[in-house]
Design a binder for this molecule. Structure first.
Ligand code: TRP
Ligand code: ZN
Length: 459
């Protein structure tokens, strides 16, 4: 389910070895990265994953994780070798490809796998990786923690932009979406919550296994397996399956947390088109130091009981970011600008803040402020992914587009964006082209000023 970046086409190399005992090796090594300018090592070339089956066993007290990752994929070139992304603080014990033992080597965050036999272009194959160790988070270029973040009773697992490699091997770039099944075994005093639908919860002795099925394609930065002494809720509310996991310390404040989802989703559904996933909900953990929430697919993770505004932000991401995902990190305003606009829309709908006020406050930043030096569509590097211009200038861009085209055309554009790229990837150029197509207008001047040039655009 990958839409490839504009990569240099990998050469097909056929290398006949000299000598009578030699075996003909066909295929070339898959690229060690997906070619993203902000995170060059992220993802890999030469194959496209379709499904991950992750069987994990975790002990919070010792922070020990044992994993078996079964990855179904398709070769997109003849492959002599392929890489997966996994940090080497975890130790790989064995790798098989199509059931046969494969050679492997770990180097930094690259797991290099050499199958016993080369894979033909177009061939479906299955990789099984057995691994274990004591996972730890990574530090992002902006200094925040990302990945397997330990808490006093488990893990706050948020993986944007690069944390997935801290707990399972995979093709960890957003362009390679896949479906997932998680089977997570933890002490029976804990709950393990992941994306998608809870399929079963079984316990034997002092261990419990939670199985989760994420049926819709998902980018790996949106996966989560969060563990804690959660109160688990699973109910049909307003037509949505709402699965919530709340730290008991926050349960009082979260009494209506599950019930607050349907009104936001109904409103966004009326503007953006149908909610794209089979379930919703969220994880509220008591981890005051993380500093950010994340829109993990179907089930955002929050370090606090979310305000209406934060709830709206993470739920808007389900359409914008999760179902429609950028092709490169520099297009992150397609996530954060849209989710910020979702906050503004929901506050306007609630009557707590007219949308024109939200726009005016953001626009009031003085023209000589650094804020305006960052073009919306390329914040300049991985350390600036989650800085204000991406969020606020992104949302302002949408509001200016709306004011220029009118509500009917503007929301038709958002619905077309959500439906035409459902479960896929798309970049800023595609959004500009779609806006021009749906509106029938030439929008170069507007988008150039708001997306591509530094400086405060005039109104
Ligand atoms: N995408 C998150 C949100 O806006 C924000 C986020 C993810 C973040 N990782 C981060 C913010 C790291 C700061 C630092 O909902
Ligand atoms: Zn966001």
């Amino acid at each position: 389910m990958k839409r490839l970046l504009a990569l240099a086409a990998a050469a097909f190399i056929s290398v006949p070895l000299a000598g009578p005992a030699a075996v003909a090796v066909t295929g070339a090594p898959g690229a060690p990265g997906a070619g993203d300018p902000y995170f060059p090592g992220q993802g890999n070339g030469g194959y496209d994953t379709g499904h991950y089956d992750l069987a994990l066993d975790y002990s919070p007290s010792s922070n020990h994780l044992t994993g078996v990752a079964t990855i179904s994929a398709t070769a997109t070139q003849a492959l002599s070798r392929l890489n997966l992304d996994l940090v080497d603080t975890l130790t790989v014990r064995s790798v098989t490809v199509n059931g046969a033992a494969a050679r492997f080597a770990q180097s930094g965050a690259e797991l290099v796998v050499t199958p016993a036999a080369a894979l033909d272009s177009g061939a479906a194959f299955t990789v099984v990786v057995r691994y274990d160790g004591r996972p730890t988070h990574v530090l992002d270029p902006d200094g925040s923690r990302d990945g397997w973040i330990r808490t006093s009773d488990g893990v706050y697992n948020a993986n944007e932009p690069q944390g997935a490699m801290t707990w399972y091997p995979g093709n960890h770039h957003m362009t390679d979406k896949a479906t997932y099944r998680f089977a997570v075994t933890v002490p029976s005093t804990r709950v393990a919550v992941a994306n998608g639908d809870l399929v079963s919860r079984t316990s034997g002795g002092d261990r419990a296994t939670f199985v989760w099925d994420a049926k819709e394609p998902m980018a790996s930065y949106l996966t989560t397996v969060s563990i804690g002494k959660f109160q688990l809720g699973d109910a049909m509310l307003g037509g949505f399956r709402v699965i919530t996991a709340v730290d008991p310390k926050l349960a009082g404040k979260a009494a209506d947390f599950a019930a607050r989802h349907a009104p936001v989703l109904d409103y966004f559904g009326s503007l953006f088109g149908p909610y794209p996933f089979s379930s919703t909900g969220g994880i509220v953990d008591h981890e005051p130091n993380v500093g950010y929430a994340l829109e993990t697919q179907t089930r955002p993770i929050y370090p606090v009981v979310p305000s209406e505004r934060l709830l709206a932000h993470e739920l808007a991401h389900q359409w914008f970011g999760n179902s429609v995902t950028p092709t490169r990190w520099q297009d992150i305003w397609l996530n954060e600008g849209f989710a910020t606009y979702g906050e503004w829309l929901w506050q306007d709908e609630l009557g707590t803040r007219p949308i024109q006020d939200s726009f005016a406050t953001a626009y009031a930043v003085p023209a000589d402020d650094d804020f305006w030096q960052t073009p919306t569509a390329d914040p300049g590097g991985p350390a600036a992914l989650f800085h204000d211009p991406v969020y606020d200038r992104g949302a302002m861009t949408l509001h200016v587009l709306r004011r220029s085209l009118g509500d009917a055309t503007f929301f038709a554009i958002l619905r077309a964006w959500a439906s035409e790229h459902k479960y896929g990837n798309a970049d800023t150029a595609a959004f500009v082209a779609l806006s021009e197509r749906v509106s029938g207008r030439q929008l170069d001047a507007l988008f150039d000023a708001w997306l591509f040039q530094p400086g405060k655009p005039s109104l």
